[in-house]
Design a protein around this ligand. Structure first.
Ligand code: COA
Length: 259
């Protein structure tokens, strides 16, 4: 992969996608988003990769979509940009593998939207979250008004999106926006530890659980329950279900193969 704005590396089944535009606090423009799309395609297709981590640098995860780029925009270019954003976000949120946002520094606007597409958000103590779009005369355009209320509820989401103010990691944890706060110096090792645990879990089970929860949010409860039932029963056809239950009965640790 020929990437300029993203560093991509795969280590022991974990793909680390690091945004690398530090002089602009990793602000997202079409070039960065297209590179992210390329990296995500690789993550889906490469069977060695089991967990995907998105990260920035100490000062910023991502400080939003590039305002300089947007400042020159019109209605047509706004459609072009958001078509790309929505396509990349869908690819990220629909990945069949678990994803973790490792957040330090600013996670604003489009950056927070990307974090919302991840399954888990682990944050350093210095993280700052917000949707400043309203202060620029716009609203979040990459899923912020949709994914945020679904995650934290309409009350906290309205406050963040209406006021456009930033909140710290403690407040973000309190409203359920992030899963965990860790010291900045241990962000990587904590994320690594979480990824290692996920790698030990049965991959088809994780995929089924992700599917059930994500698709379930958008459909009536009755249909969601039926979908869950189908996925639950499907897992009884896997080797990992046999292994998991045998291991319990034999009082040993299961070894899953993702089959
Ligand atoms: N788009 C484009 N450039 C951005 C950016 C963004 N979203 N966020 C930061 N940058 C750039 C700044 O313009 C600056 O570039 P320069 O050095 O060439 O002037 C550089 O990143 C560093 O940012 P700076 O503002 O100097 O850092 P700071 O520590 O004083 O402030 C923020 C940090 C995040 C509070 C501030 O940069 C900010 O408010 N950014 C915009 C956040 C936003 O509104 N995001 C949502 C967009 S929809």
């Amino acid at each position: 992969m020929n990437l300029k704005y993203i560093d991509f590396r795969q280590e022991n089944g974990v793909a680390w996608i690091q945004f690398n535009r530090p002089d602009k606090l990793n602000a997202l423009n079409p070039n960065v988003l297209k590179e992210l799309e390329t990296a995500l395609v690789r993550c889906e297709e490469d069977h060695i990769i089991r967990v995907i981590v998105l990260m920035g640098h100490e000062r910023a995860f991502i400080a939003g979509t590039d305002i300089e780029h947007m400042s020159k925009g019109d209605i047509n270019s706004a459609y072009d940009l958001t078509d790309l954003v929505l396509r990349v976000h869908e690819r990220l949120s629909d990945l069949s593998k678990p994803t973790i946002a490792a957040i330090s520094g600013y996670a604003l606007g489009g950056g927070l939207e990307l974090a919302l597409c991840c399954d888990l958000r682990i944050s350093a103590e210095n993280a700052v979250f917000g949707f400043p779009e309203i202060t620029l005369g716009i609203i979040p355009g990459g899923g912020g008004t949709q994914r945020l209320p679904r995650l934290v509820g309409i009350g906290p989401a309205t406050e963040l999106i209406f006021l456009g103010e930033m909140i710290n990691a403690d407040k973000a944890k309190q409203i359920g926006l992030i899963n965990k706060i860790v010291p900045l110096g241990s962000l990587k090792s904590e994320v690594q530890a979480c990824a290692s645990k996920l790698k030990e879990r049965p991959a088809l089970g994780l995929r089924a659980a992700k599917n059930a929860m994500r698709r379930g949010l958008g459909i009536p409860l009755k249909e969601g329950l039926q979908m869950e039932q189908s996925l639950f029963c499907m897992l009884f056809g896997t080797e990992d279900q046999k292994e998991g239950m045998s291991a319990f009965l034999e009082k040993r640790k299961p070894v899953y193969k993702g089959k």
